[in-house]
Design a protein around this ligand. Structure first.
Ligand code: FMN
Length: 327
């Protein structure tokens, strides 16, 4: 059994391509994330030793326990890529992506495409488990391809049979993309149909949501978009599970301190201030959710291109929040 399921109900930070990079993960960890997974990484890219792909494998020791998530559809290439990752980065586990709905991935039979090709899914899972044993391998699935083919329990049993040690289930079909609602009844059915831990994922937006979802029989939860906007959600959840109280969000000064640190570290990582700040714009939009005067903040974020610029926005926003007048 993976150690983080032994005596706790682990909170996973969901892998989110373009969001949960090393800087994001490093900053989120102290809020109480128990387990991290990298953004998905192309097994073909690793197999071909593509330099840019290898960059996605970077993580720091503080992020452990951490899994590297791979996607692909060729069992042999996936097995070799998994061995390369194991030998090079020594992650705590590998995670297989069987949920990505993006056309570029699905059209090459990767991600959620494997949900409708169970024989290939089985070959992929078995090849990777065998290639890296005893390193644990986990998987992340959706509940099915579309409404007419919901097969998550069958998929989960196949994966368990192959030696997959935990399964994260995003309660949507591929066809749903990110629309509609996650179906926690199906997640609950999956949890009841396998012995390995099932991690529930989809639409968790608050500490109270986690408490309510614990009744579904999952052994942990995975949080994505809510953490993208408010990474402190992990602290709120832990506090709620222990005390029953609901913590308010951190004061605005603390939120800004977090945002500014995120920007500075991203600039450090990327080297170019302009590129880093441009790439931070979407993340800044997420952070603005729940802040006062969010719309005006977003207009300014859309144009920010320097650290001095974001620092100026921060001090003006904080001053106006105190006086009640937005600059
Ligand atoms: C921007 C974005 C990128 C994502 N990238 C990945 C990914 O690389 N691997 C993966 O398994 N899931 C990915 N997902 C799906 C999330 O991990 C998660 O399953 C989904 O957002 C549902 O959880 P939530 O409702 O808590 O956001 C991504 C989601 C978003 C919004």
């Amino acid at each position: 059994m993976l150690p983080w399921f032994r005596d706790q109900f682990p909170l996973y930070l969901a892998p989110m391509a373009g969001v949960t990079d090393m800087v994001f993960r490093h900053l989120a960890k102290p809020f109480g994330v128990d387990v991290m997974v990298t953004e998905f990484v192309s097994a073909e890219g690793i197999f071909r030793r593509n330099e840019r792909t290898l960059e996605y494998l970077e993580f720091s020791e503080e992020e452990r326990p951490l899994g590297v998530q791979l996607f692909g559809a060729d069992p042999g290439h996936l097995a070799e890529a998994a061995q390369i990752v194991r030998d090079w980065k020594r992650p705590d586990f590998l995670d297989l992506n069987f949920g990505c709905p993006v056309n570029k991935v699905v059209s090459k039979n990767g991600g959620s495409a494997l949900l409708r090709d169970c024989p290939l899914l089985e070959k992929v899972a078995r090849a990777v488990v065998d290639a890296v044993a005893p390193l644990p391998v986990t998987a992340k699935i959706r509940i099915g391809w579309d409404d007419a083919s919901i097969n998550a329990s069958t998929t989960a049993r196949i994966l368990e049979e192959c030696g997959i040690q935990a399964i994260a289930v995003h309660g949507r079909t591929k066809a749903q993309g990110y629309g509609g609602e996650a179906d926690w009844d199906v997640i609950s059915e999956v949890a009841a149909s396998v012995r390995v831990p099932v991690i529930g994922n989809g639409d968790i937006a608050s500490a109270a949501d986690v408490k309510c979802r614990m009744a579904s029989g999952v052994r942990g939860v995975m949080i994505g978009r809510a953490a993208m906007c408010a990474p402190w959600i992990f602290r709120e959840i832990k506090h709620h599970l222990v005390t029953g109280e609901l913590l308010p969000p951190p004061p605005l000064e603390q939120q800004w301190a977090h945002i500014l640190t995120h920007c500075r570290r991203e600039v450090q990582r990327q080297g170019s201030e302009l590129h880093a700040m441009q790439s931070m714009r979407t993340q800044l939009m997420h952070y603005s959710r729940g802040m006062p005067e969010a719309k005006r903040l977003r207009d300014r974020f859309a144009r920010v291109s320097t650290l001095a610029g974001i620092e100026e926005i921060a001090s003006e926003h904080l001053a106006s929040a105190e006086t009640g007048v937005m600059a």
